[in-house]
Write a protein that binds this ligand. Sequence first.
Ligand SMILES: [Zn+2]
Length: 175
Amino acid sequence: MDFKISRSSRQCSVCSHRFEDGEKFHVGLITRPREEGVFDRVDICRPCWDRQGPGNVVAHWVSQFSREKKHAIYDPDFLWSVFHKCRPGAETEAAASARELSAVDRARFAYVAALGLVRMKQLKSKESRRTRKGEIMTLETLGRREKDRQRFEILSVSMTDDEMQAIQDRLSELA
Ligand SMILES: [Zn+2]
């Protein structure tokens, strides 16, 4: 199983500007037609993003360039890739490599990744509502303008502390 999306190219894919340590930029994912489970990643600097917007990306988020390698649970790019492969409604291509996980595990991975992203202020919790399937949370990415933001709905999975820890440990192994 491969949860990884290629690492940052360290430069803007539009104008080739090299990112500075700590610089914020946008990451976009593009699926390949006829190639299941393969994402192409594009890194776009802020001026280029402001000029051209999201275009044909299926998902996007704001990242921050860092020379340090982070632990999986504290690595927003890694959590985003897990989130986008496991969340309900994930594009079929994106979910292909996560298919060998049970539906229960997929929901748990998506939930734990989402909590990590909320903790790191990459996602904002907007509202939650009760349904027959359980509690559904609405999450939104940050962005200065409406077109920079995306909304997702995920199931809030109830887990004991031990179960939560076990999922976090398995996540680290996947990184
Ligand atoms: Zn650029």
